[in-house]
Design a protein around this ligand. Structure first.
Ligand code: ADP
Ligand code: MG
Length: 392
């Protein structure tokens, strides 16, 4: 059994109380406006629940990588505007990260936490200034729980040390629930599909999954490192030769555990992603001069069969360069197969979620995990600083 997470149910009476809410509002901006508001939407249930309980809110988030100094293009004001629209009440965006005095407004948004160098350093003095702003703490920033930063680590520690509540919001609660189930007691057969650019990003999660799943389906550029390590001809596809030994070791572990690792059978290849002149070739026999940019139709069909027989499906990482049609077909095919599967289905990863949304399928999965790196680290079975502090 894993330790229990303290949730909003453990917050006590917060009527008239100022609650600090750490959110992950790290959204893409374009021309100074919010380009994708999914993360803001994901934060609304917790904010609404707290408002209905009568709490006043101090909302805080990071945005981008300003590295400890203020940057006008990374101010949270446009995010605050969108947040206010979605919440249905005004959000007062402040120009300071740690204002000396808070306005009386019921929902205030602090300036980008990473404008202060103390945030990424987990600086207790910075956390102390944040702690002065509220009487209780809620962390609903799942995308940030794997980082020992002040607003998710030192701050809840200080709150607890001074007898104030520090609990998880509904989004973090749901992520820990769902991902915890994938980690500990997923229904079998349990199938994981991994893709994306770099195998080196995902080696630890491959190894953790080999201990848990029945089958591992691998697409995306990372498949080429596995194909090349076993002697396949991969043409000019992306490859990480310094990882050959690691992926061979993972393959060996999978074999001893009876876990099937399935690699692409065919791939869609071209000289470059911008080149629409694509052809389908066998995955282990890609001609020199061509890059494998997507899984081919035979692979989509094979992966689809395995997915259809699963009771649990975890998917992370696109199957190809889905940003450039026609290399989006493999990712869309897998998205459709997962969406149609009778299994409990979970998708994670920023690019994977973008692909799911582009296909209009976001309503067809049981859970869309909002934390990219955080979800992967959780699935590796690692203790995450922002979660540990919220456990009993
Ligand atoms: P996620 O954000 O879902 O975790 P990643 O960031 O790991 O996914 O990987 C997404 C990136 O992988 C995309 O930009 C996509 O273009 C790239 N990618 C997938 N397949 C290939 C491939 N065959 N060749 C080059 N890049 C690829
Ligand atoms: Mg990504």
């Amino acid at each position: 059994m894993s330790p229990r997470l303290r949730t909003l149910d453990r917050l006590g009476n917060v009527a008239g109380v100022r609650v600090f809410v750490r959110l992950d509002l790290n959204v893409p901006l374009a021309d100074g406006a919010v380009a994708d508001d999914s993360r803001i939407r994901a934060a609304i249930p917790t904010l609404r629940e707290l408002r209905e309980l009568g709490a006043a809110l101090v909302v805080a988030s990071h945005l981008g990588r300003p590295k400890g100094t203020a940057r006008d293009d990374l101010r949270l004001r446009p995010v605050g505007e969108r947040l206010g629209e979605l919440l249905g009440e005004p959000v007062t965006a402040l120009a300071d990260v740690t204002p000396v005095e808070l306005p009386d407004d019921p929902v205030v948004l602090l300036e980008n936490l990473r404008f202060d160098p103390g945030e990424e350093r987990d600086d207790p003095a910075f956390a102390g200034r944040l702690a002065e702003l509220a009487d209780a703490y809620v962390d609903d920033a799942f995308g940030a729980v794997h980082r020992a930063h002040a607003s998710v680590s030192a701050l809840p520690e200080l709150m607890l040390a001074s007898g104030r509540a520090a609990v998880a919001g509904r989004l973090v609660q749901r992520e820990v629930d769902v991902l915890g189930r994938l980690l500990r007691d997923a229904d079998r057969p349990y199938v994981a599909i991994l893709g994306g650019a770099k195998v080196s990003d995902k080696l630890p999660v491959i190894d953790a999954l080999v201990d848990r799943v029945d089958a591992l389906l691998i697409g995306g550029a990372m498949a080429f490192t596995l194909l090349a390590a076993s002697g396949g001809a991969i043409g000019d596809s992306l490859v990480e030769p310094d990882r050959f030994d690691d992926v061979r070791a993972s393959g060996e572990r999978a074999r001893t555990r009876g876990v099937a690792i399935e690699l692409p059978i065919d791939v869609v290849a071209a000289a470059a992603a911008e080149d629409a002149e694509a052809r389908t070739v066998p995955a282990g026999a890609i001609p020199a001069g061509l890059k494998g940019l997507d899984i081919g139709p035979a692979t989509v069909a094979r992966f689809g069969e395995v997915i259809a027989g699963a009771k649990t499906v975890l998917w992370n990482g696109p199957m190809g360069v889905f940003e450039h049609p026609p290399f989006d077909a493999g990712t869309r095919g897998v998205a459709l197969a997962v969406a149609a599967a009778p299994a409990f289905t979970v998708v994670g990863g920023g690019d994977s979620l973008a692909a799911v949304r582009a296909a209009g399928l976001e309503g067809s999965f049981d859970h869309l995990s909002t934390g990219g790196g955080a979800s992967l680290e959780f699935l590796e079975g690692r203790a995450l600083p922002g979660i540990t502090i919220l456990e009993e």
